[in-house]
Every structure is written in structure tokens, then in C-alpha cells.
Ligand binder design. Structure first.
Ligand code: GDP
Ligand code: GDP
Length: 439
């Protein structure tokens, strides 16, 4: 599974700046909507062939701040993330020296041992050794000097980071897995995840299979149907619950993130009685950010009156703006209604991942979109888009080559992505568009 790195530190030391610097990539997520602000808690760091996920605990706090009931648990939440992370970067301000709180925090973080790296920020224009000197007294090992803003020290930080991480995935792990679909079933406690998973596993037409290489203690469920292999990724220990009880009720951000990252499809189970909560929106945001296919299963539909059903519908339209490609199914995991249709959607998504998408097809789809709406003029010259080809399948990435692509306005990129999605009939699937200058 993907390694997760967590950034901690007091406010204003530069955590978001470092986060942006480290996750900086040329990959433009076209589904991004300006004006829709939501928490980005995780990003991807790529370094050569290696990759990992980066979580800003400031992001965790921000998410919680919207929900007063959650706010109290922020610190606990961050600490939980710290303990589950593969590596923790503790960021401090090189221009102020260690504060009293930081001396206290040192005591809490020291037990992390090798999993902790102290990073001294804002060291541009100063003697970095001198800036670091004061921080040795925190007793958490050798500090690393960087400037998140200017970028100095970042290559060294990346080298250290990836040499410490346990067998970090290679970026090549996005490889094709034809005929296979990994599904993460997510949702709040009591939404009906176990009931749904048990129903899926219990259907007689499904055969569980042993995947070569799966470890004995792996509790991911494997099943096969119509020649396609499905892996249900264990998230909050749904199937483990009989052994380990309440402790797992808490949603673990890191474990959830890892599950989302290794899934092709996320099924978000929502209790129709509670509707889509802040936490659900948060989970959806993570899935959208990671470019995952999404099915939203509005569960317990059986117990709802017509008024309540209308309310849920209205709320869906409102809350799902940023995940507009998601497929929605109204189901009863308990009685089984709607579950067959939902699974058919999942199977269809599996087929979409494997569909032949050659350059000729993608280019002709692009040309049809261009005919319907020309790209705008830039200083009297029309932006030319020449051809489109497949950049990757999981998630689906299409690369468009052309001239002056850096001037393409956001709304046009969105139009193009939407048009391609419609032409290719990508239901439930996101499509990431990247633009490259020249041939
Ligand atoms: P956070 O609260 O820890 O997330 O901190 P921010 O990333 O929001 O940064 C706080 C302030 O420090 C901002 O004004 C940043 O521009 C500034 N900052 C961040 N990194 C650096 C740096 O490397 N050098 C300097 N001089 N300022 C920085
Ligand atoms: P989990 O915590 O998300 O795994 O939720 P569970 O699967 O344990 O379900 C929580 C409760 O909701 C249990 O009492 C289930 O019987 C009930 N439940 C699950 N699905 C449905 C449904 O479709 N309709 C109704 N009425 N109850 C359901």
C-alpha cells in the first residue's frame, strides 16, 4: 500500500507552503472548480519512479473547524494521523527558534523515532547550519534546513523522505489490471457498509477467490462475477469487527486514505436518514482528488417516506457539485433492493477501465468537441489542439497536445473534459485532462 507522510507543526511555520511545494505537479485536475473551496488534506508526492501521499494535519483541523462538534477532536485527530503515518515531518520556523510548545511537543513526538524528521523552514538567506543549531535541543535527531517558499533544501528532503519510507510504491504501479476492479466501501459508522458487503459476498452467483500473493491475514474480500475479479478493500475494519470491536468505529483518516488510494472505485454508503454529512463530503473530496470512480449508495431507502426522499434528492444536488460525475443509487442493503443495479454500475465501471482507447478515437472525440465549440482566441490567434492520447488508465488520463495550451481558459478545459466524458459515456468515472505544448 501507498506510504503516507504527515506534516505537523504549529500555525504559521509554513506547513501549507511546504505541502504545495512537495505535491507540486504538472497534473491539472480539470474537474477542479474555482469557487468551490473544500479541504484538500492529501496530495501526492512524486519523485522519480517513487510516490507517496502527503497529509497536512492543518487540513484536518480546517475540516473539523466547520463542524463545532468535531473541533474538539481536532488534536486527537491529528495525533491519530501522526501515529498511523509511515513518516512524520515536523516543521518548525528557523527564524524564531524552538518555542515552549515545541519543547512539549518534542516529548510527544520523540517516541516516533526513525519515523520522525525535524524540518527547519524559512532558512533562505541565513546560514542553515546556524538556523538548525538551536533545534538540536529538541532531541529528535538531526534537523533538515529548507525554504518551502524558495525551494532550497527540498531535493535533499525528498531524498531523505523516500529513503526512509518502507518500500514506497513505484509510480509504475498505476499499471493496467484488465479484468480487475478494486472497490473501497466507505461511509460513516452505521451507514450500512457491513450489511452491503455481506450482501455482495453472499450473492450466490459470486464466487470468492484466492488471489495469488494475498497474505493470510489480509481481510480484503475477493470475489468473481461474470469473468471479472473484484477486490473489496477493507476500510474501517468492517469485516474485522467481530474480533476487534468499538475501537474501530472511529474513522481513521490515514487508513481511509490508503484504502481510497488503492481502489479504482469508491462506493460511499450514506444513511438516507442522516443524509450527506460533512464527513461524507470529506470522504468524497478525497476520492475526487485521487481521481477515483465513485458510486454513492443512498442506503436504508426502504424506511423513507416520499417527503424524506425528496429532501435527500435536493440535498444530493446541492452537495455533489464537486463530485458531479458520481453515480447515485438508492438501495436497501438490508432487503437487497437496488443492490443489483448498483453492482451492475460497478461492473460497467470495471469495463470502462478496460475499454480500448486509442489515439485515433480520442483525437476524433476531441475534434468533435472542437467543432462544436472552438477554443478562444489569444491575442488574435486561435489556440490549436492537435491530438489526444491516453496517458493512463487508473485513473483515466488523456493528454492533449497543442499550441499555446497554457492560455486555455479553465472553463474551456472543463468543457473539453465534459464533452469527452459524454462521448465516451464514462458514467461514474472521472477523466483527467493534461495539456502539453507542441508535438
Ligand atoms: P501554516 O500555517 O503552517 O500552514 O503556514 P503557511 O504555509 O500558511 O505559511 C505561513 C507564512 O509563512 C506565510 O506567510 C508564508 O508565506 C510564510 N512562509 C512559508 N514558507 C516560508 C519560507 O520558506 N520562507 C519565508 N520567509 N516565509 C515562508
Ligand atoms: P456499518 O457500520 O456501516 O458497517 O453499518 P451496518 O452494516 O453494521 O448497519 C448498521 C445498522 O443499519 C444495522 O442495524 C443494519 O441492520 C441497519 N441497516 C443496514 N442497511 C439497512 C437498510 O438498507 N435498511 C434498514 N432499514 N436498515 C439497514
Amino acid at each position: 500500500m501507498t506510504a503516507v507522510v504527515v506534516i505537523v507543526g504549529r500555525p504559521n511555520v509554513g506547513k501549507s507552503t511546504l505541502f504545495n511545494r512537495l505535491t507540486n505537479s504538472d497534473r491539472a485536475l480539470v474537474d477542479d472548480q474555482p469557487g468551490v473551496t473544500r479541504d484538500r488534506i492529501a496530495g501526492e508526492i512524486r519523485h522519480g519512479q517513487q510516490r507517496c501521499l502527503l497529509v497536512d494535519t492543518g487540513g484536518l483541523g480546517h475540516a473539523a473547524a466547520e463542524d463545532p462538534a468535531l473541533a474538539e477532536r481536532v488534536t486527537a485527530h491529528s495525533l491519530q494521523a501522526v501515529h498511523e503515518a509511515d513518516l512524520v515531518l515536523w516543521l518548525v520556523d528557523g527564524r524564531t527558534g524552538p518555542t515552549v510548545e515545541e519543547q512539549e511537543l518534542a516529548g510527544q513526538l520523540r517516541p516516533l523515532g526513525e519515523r520522525l524528521r525535524l524540518v527547519v523552514n524559512k532558512t533562505e538567506g541565513t546560514d542553515s547550519e546556524l538556523a538548525c543549531a538551536e533545534f538540536y535541543q529538541l532531541g529528535v535527531g538531526e534537523p533538515l534546513a529548507v525554504s518551502a517558499q524558495r525551494g532550497s533544501g527540498i531535493p535533499r528532503l525528498l531524498d531523505t523522505l523516500f529513503s526512509t519510507l518502507p518500500a514506497a510504491d513505484s509510480a509504475a504501479a498505476d499499471a493496467d489490471r484488465p479484468g480487475e476492479l478494486s472497490i473501497a466501501v466507505l461511509g460513516r459508522p452505521n451507514a450500512g457498509k457491513s450489511t452491503l458487503i455481506n450482501r455482495l459476498l453472499g450473492e450466490e452467483r459470486m464466487l470468492t477467490f484466492d488471489r495469488p500473493g494475498t497474505t493470510r491475514d489480509s481481510i480484503d474480500a475477493q470475489l468473481e462475477r461474470d469473468g471479472r475479479r473484484y477486490t473489496l478493500i477493507d476500510t474501517a475494519g468492517v469485516r474485522r469487527r467481530s474480533q476487534v470491536s468499538e475501537a474501530l468505529e472511529k474513522i481513521s483518516v490515514i487508513r481511509t486514505l490508503k484504502a481510497i488510494d488503492s481502489a479504482d472505485l469508491v462506493i460511499l454508503v450514506v444513511d438516507a436518514h442522516t443524509g450527506i454529512t460533512e464527513q461524507d463530503a470529506h470522504l468524497l473530496g478525497m476520492a475526487v482528488d485521487r481521481g477515483k470512480a465513485i458510486i454513492i449508495a443512498i442506503n436504508k431507502w426502504d424506511g423513507l417516506g416520499p417527503d424524506q426522499r425528496q429532501q435527500v434528492q435536493a440535498q444530493l444536488d446541492q452537495r455533489l457539485v464537486f463530485a458531479d460525475y458520481a453515480r447515485v443509487h438508492f438501495i436497501s442493503a438490508l432487503h437487497g433492493s437496488g443492490v443489483g443495479e448498483m453492482f451492475a454500475s460497478a461492473a460497467h465501471i470495471g469495463e470502462l477501465f478496460d475499454m480500448p482507447l486509442n489515439t485515433a478515437l480520442l483525437t476524433s472525440c476531441m475534434e468533435r468537441a472542437l467543432e462544436a465549440h472552438q477554443p478562444p482566441l489569444v491575442r488574435g490567434r486561435r489556440i490549436k489542439l492537435r491530438y489526444a492520447h491516453l496517458g493512463g488508465r487508473r485513473p483515466l488520463r488523456v493528454i492533449v497536445h497543442g499550441n499555446q495550451v497554457e492560455h486555455l481558459p479553465h472553463h474551456y478545459k472543463r468543457y473539453l473534459a465534459r464533452s469527452l466524458r459524454e462521448q465516451l459515456q464514462l458514467e461514474g468515472m472521472p477523466l483527467l485532462l493534461e495539456f502539453k505544448q507542441g508535438e
